[in-house]
Write a protein that binds this ligand. Structure first.
Ligand SMILES: [Zn+2]
Length: 499
């Protein structure tokens, strides 16, 4: 038996101490679920349907570009609503780029709105004096003279600019009427930690603005542009504003990303797995700017997940798949960069194939956080079941699989293992440490009643990984360099006012 001592300066799989999962503070990362498929298709179909660049407005017009943000609609539409503003109100006609004040109500610090016979009626108070009926193109705005001071409360929540109400059955859709820049200020901190470095926050501000600009009328059937949830971007008005994110917004005023002359949706997610993916390898199509890149700025994020075949069967049946008793789960196709492409579930009533984002859609309930993962028939890979992160393979050493090998990890403890039980991570691929070649995957078949998975990254893997953006900012890159790195062939330019 050949014994060798192999010292690894960085961590090795057996010394799994220094590269555990890392979590960013204060951000609820977008969930990985099957609804993303629908959102992507919807976004791509709609993108540029109303093109703000067609308006050919002067530089600075973003301050005057008005959005309609749906706060309560559909099943949560309001029977009545209350507005408050210490500066009082004005009634205005507001279109995309025009705001004409019709009437002064600055003596009222609160107003009550209810739906009466299909009209949105504004009262001085509940059961009080009827003041006016709100027509569709009208909004109630703060009467403050300085646009930066215009803050209203809408049913207790603080928002900038004003509100409108649209009859919906016997109740009303409640809409925040807000300028584009004010809207962006209420988004950034919900989508990225406000303590992130300035250039990362600026990149996030630009993607938030771009998303709004290419999503005008997304919820047009309800009479507004964007909702406040993850279906669009999380927006909570003034309560989300922070000094750092306000500065990021101000310093990128009106800047968006465009592709082929149109503002486009800058998809983003939390943690990179070392590669981003072409959108068609996750969803359905490829608009040209969402191409995969090798991400040199990734922070390693590792996760483990497991599920019994029985629970997996229940989940698949609940999603509408015809799945009997599961006999095995295996990889049918992986991409070169290691992303799962087709997962094959063999059952006694036939095979179920999950592909692309449907894999995470089905498995996120069990802790799967991305489509970059490995499976095996046991807790995987190796001692403690937890890979450490970096990234050595030793093809040049002449070691046979049955040799006993000593490794010394970062903790200094030598550990002995048969060479066949050692695995290394290289370029985010798990490989047998002493087998030599690239792509010498371990057999990824689970057939013993449990599916164990170990994976990398968190999120859909398309576009800009936010933690990588943070790392780039800390390495001195500008927001434009960050955006250019993750989005292919884009222009970074003002939305209004030409090139
Ligand atoms: Zn929405």
């Amino acid at each position: 038996m050949v014994r060798r001592i192999v010292s690894f300066l960085l961590s090795f799989i057996l010394a799994a101490s220094c590269f555990g999962p890392v979590y960013a503070d204060d951000v609820s990362w977008q969930q990985v679920d099957e609804s993303e498929n629908g959102r992507f298709e919807e976004d791509m179909a709609r993108q540029g349907a109303e093109d703000p660049l067609d308006a050919e407005l002067p530089l600075g017009a973003a301050k005057d570009m008005w959005l309609r943000i749906g706060l309560r609609y559909g099943s949560s539409a309001a029977a009545s609503s209350t507005l408050g503003c210490s500066d009082g109100f004005v009634l205005a006609r507001v279109t995309r780029y025009e705001c004409e004040i019709i009437e002064d109500y600055s003596e009222y610090e609160s107003l009550y709105i209810s739906c009466e016979d299909g009209r949105a009626v504004v009262w001085d108070e509940k059961d009080g004096e009827e003041l006016f009926t709100l027509e569709d193109d009208m909004a109630v705005l703060s009467a403050a003279e300085d646009p930066e001071e215009r803050i209203v409360t809408i049913d207790g929540g603080r928002y900038r600019d004003g509100a409108s109400f649209k009859p919906y059955g016997s109740s009303m859709t409640v809409i925040n009427r807000v300028t584009l820049e004010h809207y962006v200020r209420g988004v950034i901190a919900n989508e990225m930690g406000y303590q992130y470095p300035a250039e990362a926050l600026k990149a996030q501000a630009v993607t938030a603005r771009s998303y709004a600009a290419c999503s005008l009328g997304k919820h047009g059937s309800y009479g507004f542009d964007l909702c406040t949830g993850q279906n669009c971007q999380v927006y909570r008005g003034v309560s989300s504003e922070r000094e750092s994110t306000d500065a990021a917004c101000r310093q990128t005023e009106d800047i968006v990303i465009t592709y082929k002359g149109k503002p486009v949706s800058g998809y983003y997610y939390a943690y990179s797995s070392g590669y981003t993916l072409d959108s068609e390898d996750v969803w359905t199509s490829q608009p040209g700017y969402l191409l995969g890149v090798k991400d040199e700025y990734a922070t390693e994020y590792l996760w483990k997940a497991s599920v019994s075949f029985e629970k997996l069967r229940e989940r698949l049946v609940s999603l509408g798949y015809d799945c009997g008793e599961i006999e095995s789960v295996s990889v049918e196709k992986k991409l070169e960069n290691g992303a799962m492409n087709v997962l094959l579930i063999s059952s006694d009533s036939g095979d179920v194939r999950l592909s692309k984002s449907n894999i995470t859609g089905a498995l996120s309930a069990f802790g799967v956080k991305s489509i970059f993962f490995y499976i095996g028939g046991e807790d995987y890979p190796g001692a403690g079941g937890r890979p450490a992160g970096t990234i050595f393979a030793l093809p040049d050493l002449e070691i046979e699989a049955e040799d006993e090998v000593w490794v010394i990890g970062a903790g200094g403890e030598p550990v002995s293992r048969p060479a066949s039980e050692l695995f290394a991570l290289k370029g985010r691929k798990v490989m047998e440490a002493f087998s030599g070649g690239e792509g010498s995957y371990r057999d990824e078949t689970a057939d013993a009643g449990m599916l164990y998975m170990t994976g990398f990254g968190y999120g859909h893997s398309v576009g800009m990984p936010q933690v990588s953006a943070k790392n780039m900012a800390e390495a001195g890159k500008s927001y434009a360099e960050i955006l250019d790195y993750f989005y292919t062939g884009i222009d970074i330019r003002p939305l209004h006012g030409g090139e």
